[in-house]
Design a protein around this ligand. Structure first.
Ligand code: G4P
Length: 524
């Protein structure tokens, strides 16, 4: 059994960020294949579809052909345990994605070589930057006609204000794509029919290269590699770990080329679990006492298990099955008898877990996003936000007798982070808020499928919402009292101002300089 120190050193917990269609699913599949987690390429999708077919609300995924749920996949290669957290690619689910990014130590940014940086790539990158997260870049689809690699390097550097250090360089592209030259280790990686051939050489002047690469392409490679060495910064691990520099890999996920190189890069350079901030102090992963936080809650992952699963990112200590941890928000101890680990899409009961691992904890609704579990003092991991909803709807019950059921349904879906619910100070109808349209469809389908309640989501007379706070309680009370018809409370009882439009919001902000209007709220 490894010690906590060893386990931490040998763990990499990361996510893939990309714009839809850049190749995240294909890359994930190939990474899992490398890790021996699955035996056939394509199995991620096949299994995914079978799994989806079992659950009603996931029909939405099927109909729209998008992946809504965040999953965790663990695989081991060369003694390194990789925890890959999948993030939904669709922009309506960015809230979920943001929270998932709070649970990883690094990210891989996949870029389509023909398209360069796309809007969703940029948005997700900004989230990573807020946390100074190290990012490895994988330029995908080199087997197709692509943009000039230098142009891509310039675009990443300029648009993301990031130092860009190619650690490989492509040999040809499209139909002439042969492979890459590994600039750090002086190796030629050649794309074969079903495997990559790696040949060690003695630098770019090694005559051996002439046997491996057609003359014209070799000349181009030599010229370009020289230009790279002159024009691009040298890869510096410290700058990467600080989030200022990204190493760039090239490949074709579809052809399974460059994937092993990328994975070795993650093993070699990406950080193991790092100390994480709480409201009290920073928690080091190698501490004896176990701690972790919930970054996602999901219901009905498997209809055979009706409970919900809270996804807990372990932050310190060696977790053992059956262990009692304090649920800090309620102050109550919680024994964790059936923790689940995620090996590819299969679930296994976990006997132990280390910092960086993701453990699924079945529960009946006790655990919420943002909750901390701790074996040591009361503390709360910080930085897991709620986002101000951009779409607000009033929930109308088709059968008014089901008011209590609806309350329960809305509250549990809010705990999962599917939606936010607001109880207006005046009036009886709940208001639900979401960040993207698709979440509304998920919400309605799930209320009907899981709780047997038919609802109509009507337009609400509000355009946006802000959490309001003030250091002076009397001032806050007076503000809330004055505009009572526009006030509501969230599920934790925190006051929320529902604005009819942005003009009204700005008006209130200007007239009430002492009140803070927040677009995000850290989970209580
Ligand atoms: P996503 O998860 O980022 O949305 O992307 P996904 O992997 O689903 O890939 C999007 C499309 O791009 C897929 O084609 C996939 O086969 C293709 N693709 C991914 N990587 C590569 C690559 O390295 N080279 C080439 N040429 N294509 C790649 P599709 O036609 O939309 O889907 P499918 O019918 O092939 O599954």
């Amino acid at each position: 059994m490894p010690t906590t120190e060893q386990a931490v050193r040998d763990r990499r917990t990361f996510a893939i960020i990309s714009h839809p269609d850049a190749g995240k699913t294909t890359l994930t599949e190939k990474l899992l294949l490398r890790g021996g987690a699955i035996h056939l390429a394509g199995e991620v999708k096949a299994k995914g579809e079978r799994r989806r077919a079992r659950s009603d609300w996931m029909k939405i995924e099927q109909q729209r052909g998008i992946s809504v749920t965040t999953s965790v996949m663990t695989f081991i290669r060369d003694g390194i345990t990789f925890n890959l957290l999948d993030t939904p690619g669709h922009e309506d689910f960015s809230e979920d994605t943001y929270r998932t990014l709070t649970a990883v130590d690094s990210a891989v940014m996949v870029i389509d070589a023909a398209k360069g940086i796309e809007p969703q790539t940029r948005k997700l990158f900004e989230v990573c930057r807020l946390r100074d997260m190290p990012i490895v870049t994988f330029i995908n689809k080199l087997d197709r006609e692509a943009r000039d690699p230098f142009e891509l390097m310039d675009q990443i550097a300029e648009e993301l204000a990031l130092d860009v250090a190619p650690v490989a360089w492509p040999i040809g592209m499209g139909r002439d794509f042969k492979g890459c030259y590994d600039l750090l280790h002086d190796r030629v990686l050649l794309m074969g029919e079903d495997r990559t051939e790696s040949v060690q050489v003695d630098g770019l002047d090694d005559p051996k290269l002439e046997e491996l690469i057609p003359a014209e392409q070799l000349q181009k490679l030599r010229e370009e590699a020289e230009l790279v060495r002159e024009a691009c910064p040298k890869f510096d691990v410290d700058a990467f770990l600080e989030g200022h520099m990204t190493p760039v890999y090239f490949g074709s996920a579809l052809r399974n080329f460059g994937v092993g190189h990328l994975l070795s890069g993650i093993a070699e350079f990406s950080p193991p679990p790092r100390p994480l901030p709480t409201d009290k102090r920073s928690v080091d992963p190698t501490e004896d006492k176990v701690s972790g936080f919930v970054f996602k809650v999901q219901a009905n992952m498997d209809p055979n298990h009706r409970d919900r699963i809270a996804f807990v990112r372990m932050c310190s200590g060696k977790f053992k099955r059956g262990m009692k941890l304090k649920h800090v928000r309620s102050g109550k101890p919680m024994a964790i008898y059936n923790p689940i680990m995620f090996f590819a899409q299969d679930r296994e009961i976990a006997d132990e877990a280390f910092p960086g691992d993701i453990v699924g904890v079945p529960n009946h609704g006790t655990l919420r996003v943002g909750d901390t579990l701790s074996e040591s003092e009361d503390m709360r991991f910080t930085g897991i936000p709620d986002f101000a909803p951009e779409i607000l709807r009033r929930v109308r019950l088709d059968d008014p007798m089901k008011g209590k059921h609806l309350k329960k349904a809305l509250e549990s879906l809010a705990e999962e982070g599917v939606t936010q619910v607001f109880k207006p100070e005046l009036g009886a109808n709940w208001i639900v808020g979401v960040v993207g349209q698709l979440q509304l469809d998920v919400l309605k389908t799930r209320i009907e499928a899981e709780y047997g309640i038919n609802v109509t989501l009507e337009p609400a007379p509000y355009e946006t919402a802000r959490w309001v706070s003030c250091d002076d309680k009397a001032k806050l009370d007076s503000f809330c009292g004055a505009i009572r018809s526009a006030m509501s409370t969230d599920r934790d009882g925190a006051p929320v101002f529902l604005a009819r439009n942005y003009w009204e919001l700005n008006h209130q902000i200007q007239n009430n300089p002492d009140i803070r209007f927040s677009k995000t709220r850290e989970r209580a």
